[in-house]
Design a protein around this ligand. Sequence first.
Ligand SMILES: [Zn+2]
Length: 273
Amino acid sequence: MATTKKVTRVSGGENTPKKETFVPTAEAKAQAGKFRMYGILLWVLAIVAEIGAMAILFKKDPEIDLATGSRIMLIVILLVDLVLLIAGSSFWKKANRFDPASKQNALKFFFQNQLGVVAAVIAFLPVVILAIIKKEYLVAAIAALFMVGGGAASADYNPPSKEAYAEQSTYVQELMGVDHVYWTKSGTKYHLYNDCQYLKSDRTTEIFEGGSVADAYANNRKIKPEMSSLCSACEKRAAKEKGWTDEQLQQAKDNALSSVQNAVQSQGDTNKK
Ligand SMILES: [Zn+2]
């Protein structure tokens, strides 16, 4: 039951933080859906290329060497396979930036973010095996190299999560009242003020503004989805404007983190019931 008494909310000292979860906007969901479709389509085309390469290998007699022309053809097809795979993975990772997975389900979180690695194995392992069976070792070695390289390029080393998005958004709201940030095309940080010293350099020709932290992550993949991606100069300035001490700033950060944890726990409880 909500109290009828007047409640004075004192920022930085709450014992019962708000429960925060990240929900993508309808627009972000639609963008993610579009990019996922492109990603899957390109992966399917990569597998079509792989099947083409396998068709050539199938017809080969293991005891007779392939003609140089056929061998070059095979390698070119594998190169097309590789390019399609990496392009597909790039769209897939972009989609996850718009609509990240939740860390609550560790298995789903892993597969959603690293599906490109699975695609790399599917797009190359069968051709590696067939090439070995057919004693076409150069082609097998090249396909294996492409599988490893393509897998490494398809992995997401900074996988976004709903929890990280919610933490950051909550923290920015604690500092500024609203989730409204600025970023540049290739910068690795997001900013709270558009006149931040780091946005004043000549290299910065365009500042993206008016989006949320989630928008910054969706539109600039160089910004890692983690707390340290908030510009420290902007963070200090916001704390100064609020008159916060370092401890109060840390408290606000802890609150943002625990409010998301609370939401995760309460969701987990609801799921159990
Ligand atoms: Zn800044």
